[in-house]
Write a protein that binds this ligand. Structure first.
Ligand SMILES: [Mn+2]
Length: 307
């Protein structure tokens, strides 16, 4: 199967621990003095020299009304409005038979990408979708106080039910479909949710013991036997924060560059793979461009290149 990839920009960074109105996707696309490559040039090289089918669909920008809602502190409504726009763009990609690669944005944008995935595959085609969540955090914090970028999985599973938040049952994500990799900073309520629902976690200590290959073999064996599709949501802060610090919440002791490339390449190589998002990378904090080069390698790994 020759895949057709769609790059979708989701530069929405208003619901995290650090907010920015800068276009974080443009920071990745463009070549600058700090890095030897920009995503746009690199994808052109892949298309022209290697025959990769990849196109950049541009950005889903937050509208005036989204910005207004945030100013009015109606954040859940702002997120619903923004992610509805993003969802329809991602759905277009699925309907065209393509593989969307969405670039954030903070992790709240995954509400849009995953609702599109669940709408297309779970709701319309009655298929079971596994969501692999690669992150330093579990992002299922259901408390009212925490930022929305820390609760996309609470929102998608209807674990968070305040401020009018509700996901239609046919679009809700079953907790048993979540697979965590790299989580090492949990809140007690998140721990309880994970324990209660029996969610699969491949934590860093397990990875230390068995290595990334065993983790991926176990993960993909389960997905091959129990699921029809797999979606990948990759938070930059899953990476080792002692090296990769271009985000709001770097966390020391995460995935190495090689482990991350191998992980993304392995999941994206599955015939069941449908799409991915890469979130939380903040170009303005990337002082030497190392993180940008890795982000491009991770996106390249989705396209089948393990370089
Ligand atoms: Mn996250």
């Amino acid at each position: 199967m020759k895949r057709h990839f769609d790059i979708i920009g989701a530069p929405f960074n208003q619901l995290g621990h650090v907010t920015t109105t800068k276009n974080t996707v443009e920071g990745l696309r463009k070549l600058d003095k700090r890095s030897w490559v920009g995503l746009s040039d690199w994808m052109n090289i892949r298309a022209m020299s290697w025959g990769t089918h990849v196109r950049d669909l541009g950005d889903v920008l937050p509208t005036k009304s989204v910005k207004q809602l945030i100013e009015n502190n109606q954040k859940e409504l702002a997120l619903t409005t923004y992610t509805n726009q993003l969802k329809s763009k991602v759905l277009d990609s699925y309907q065209a038979g393509n593989t969307p690669i969405t670039i954030g944005g903070d992790h709240s944008i995954a509400v849009g990408t995953i609702l599109a995935t669940l709408d297309h595959f779970q709701n319309k085609h009655d298929e079971k979708v596994a969501v692999v969540w690669v992150d330093a955090h579990a992002d299922c914090n259901s408390s009212l106080e925490s930022n929305l970028h820390g609760k996309p999985l609470a929102l998608l599973t209807n674990e968070f039910t305040q401020n009018g938040w509700f996901v239609a049952p046919e679009l809700a994500l079953p907790p048993s479909s979540i697979f965590y990799i790299g989580v090492r900073d949990l809140m007690p309520n998140e721990h309880q949710f994970i324990e209660r629902e029996g969610i699969t976690q491949f934590g860093m200590s397990y990875l230390d013991k068995v290595g990334i290959q065993t983790v991926l073999t176990e993960l993909m064996t389960t997905i091959e036997s129990e699921f029809d599709r797999v979606y990948l949501s990759f938070d930059y802060d899953a990476l080792d924060g002692s090296v990769f610090r271009a985000c709001a919440t770097p966390n020391v002791g995460g995935l190495s560059a090689r482990e991350a490339i191998h992980l993304v390449h392995t999941i994206a190589s599955s015939p069941k793979f449908v799409g991915a998002d890469f979130v939380e990378y903040l170009p303005e904090l990337d002082i030497d461009g190392v993180s940008k080069e890795l982000m491009i390698k991770l996106i390249d790994a989705v396209c089948g290149f393990r370089s």
